[in-house]
Ligand binder design. Structure first.
Ligand SMILES: [Zn+2]
Length: 238
């Protein structure tokens, strides 16, 4: 780590994974502390939140002792030594580590945030297609990576014993005014739409029917800022 530079959140999307950065932003969403298993089999705590500035929003995961930092929604913070990493669906996010520190800024320090709710657009989900349920890595750092011949291409764990997870992707039709766009969503976002989602590798027709039955669904969402992407980085049922 060589003197991390201060970046606008919108610029983080162009940085390589593993880059240390300093960012300023407003906390616009804060999840509960979760207990998770690490790739080394240890139990640890993580707290996810979303930080916004005038250029963009980005998820930020705080691990271990940082998970219990006294933070509230609308706090303005300066985060030192955050690391650029990836979310479940390959989008940029920030992670905290032992070197990460958080400084609280004055309430007016972040004048404008991009989408003061973290969900920048609203629309209706009007269609589902291309449902795919697949075996995935159950280790937290691999973010449900799809297995290739029962093996995780990221951590190389072998899942011949069928201790893998099942994950899902599908396309959704998003209606906004008169326009429908098709985007791909993954398990965490699908769970936002369907509570108690139960995945089976076969029999997608039952799942498909169940999904079609709950349409249309009003949602708030943020598109992936990556230019070539048709995925959503955030999705929530309204
Ligand atoms: Zn893995």
């Amino acid at each position: 780590m060589i003197n991390p530079k201060e970046h606008l959140i919108g610029d983080i999307y162009d940085l390589p994974q593993g880059t240390f950065v300093i960012v300023r932003g407003k906390i616009v969403q804060l999840d509960d502390v979760q207990s998770v298993l690490t790739s080394y089999g240890a139990q640890t705590e993580v707290r996810n939140r979303i930080v916004s500035d005038e250029t963009a929003s980005i998820p930020f995961a705080l691990w271990r002792q940082l998970a219990s930092s006294p933070l509230s929604v609308n706090d303005n913070v300066k985060i030192y030594n955050a690391v650029v990493s990836k979310t479940t669906n390959g989008e940029p996010k920030l992670s905290g580590n032992q070197k990460t520190t958080i400084e609280f800024l004055a309430p007016d320090a972040i004048p404008v945030t991009k989408g003061s709710s973290s969900y920048e657009e609203q629309g209706e989900v009007v269609g589902f297609s291309d449902i795919s349920v697949y075996k995935s890595c159950s280790r937290q750092p691999c973010h449900e990576k799809k297995l290739v011949q029962n093996k995780c291409p990221k951590c190389l764990t072998n899942y011949d014993d069928e201790s893998n997870k099942l994950s899902m992707s599908c396309s959704i039709g998003l209606l906004q005014e008169e326009n429908i766009t098709t985007v791909t969503i993954f398990t965490p976002q699908i769970r936002q739409l369907i509570e108690d989602l139960h995945l089976e590798e076969k029999n997608n027709s039952i799942l498909e029917e169940r999904m079609l039955n709950i349409l249309p669904i009003k949602v708030g969402f943020t598109r992936s800022p990556r230019k070539d992407s048709n995925t959503l980085s955030l999705l929530k049922k309204l």
